[in-house]
Design a protein around this ligand. Structure first.
Ligand SMILES: [Zn+2]
Length: 174
C-alpha cells in the first residue's frame, strides 16, 4: 500500500515530467469511447489504447460482466452505460475480454486446454456485447449507425490485442 500512496503523492510531478495533460479544464470530458472490461489488474485499458485523461470512459467489473437490462432493477452497470451512451454520446463501445480470466476459467474448469479457455474468453466477450446491444439506450443508436460496438480480446501472455471480425467470425489482430 505504501508504494501506491507514495506514487499518488508525486502524481502531479510525474505527470508534469511526462508532459501529461491531466485534463483539469472546467469542461466535462468528451471521451472517445466507452471501454468495458474485466477488473483484472493485468488489463490496463489506458496502456492498451495509449489513452490520456479524458479519452476513455470505463466500466470495469469482474469478468467484464454486463447484466441483462431490466427496467425494474437499474444496475450500476446499466447506469454507467446509459451515461456514456446518452449523456456523453460516445460513438464507440469496446468490450474487451482477456485470456486467463478468472471468471471464464472457472466457467470452463476441467478443461485445461489453452485454446478452449481462449475460445471461452472470446465467446464471453461477444456475449457481453450482445447483452449490451439490447439495452434501450444502445439499440436505437445502433439502428441509426451513430454508435459502433467492438469486441476485443487481450492476450495477457503476449500483450497482443485482437478484434472480432464479424465477416470472418473470428478474432483477428488489430
Ligand atoms: Zn477477467
Amino acid at each position: 500500500m505504501q508504494y501506491l500512496i507514495d506514487q499518488a503523492r508525486v502524481f502531479r510531478a510525474r505527470a508534469a515530467a511526462h508532459g501529461l495533460d491531466l485534463g483539469l479544464q472546467a469542461e466535462p470530458a468528451r471521451p472517445r469511447a466507452l471501454f468495458v472490461s474485466c477488473s483484472d489488474a493485468r488489463l490496463v485499458p489506458a496502456l492498451l489504447t495509449g489513452s490520456r485523461p479524458g479519452d476513455l470512459f470505463e466500466l470495469r467489473t469482474y469478468g467484464g460482466l454486463i447484466p441483462d437490462f431490466s427496467p425494474d432493477e437499474v444496475t450500476g452497470e446499466a447506469r454507467t452505460v446509459e451515461y456514456a451512451v446518452r449523456d456523453l454520446s460516445v460513438r464507440d463501445v469496446i468490450v474487451c475480454g482477456h485470456s486467463r480470466c478468472g471468471l471464464v476459467d472457472a466457467a470452463v474448469s476441467g478443461y485445461d486446454e489453452p485454446t478452449l479457455t481462449t475460445a471461452g474468453g472470446q465467446w464471453h466477450a461477444l456475449a457481453q456485447l450482445d447483452r449490451l446491444s439490447a439495452y434501450p439506450c444502445v439499440a436505437p443508436r445502433l439502428a441509426d449507425s451513430s454508435l459502433r460496438l467492438h469486441a476485443w480480446f487481450y492476450e495477457t501472455d503476449t500483450g497482443a490485442v485482437l478484434c472480432h471480425d464479424p465477416r470472418a467470425s473470428a478474432f483477428l489482430p488489430l
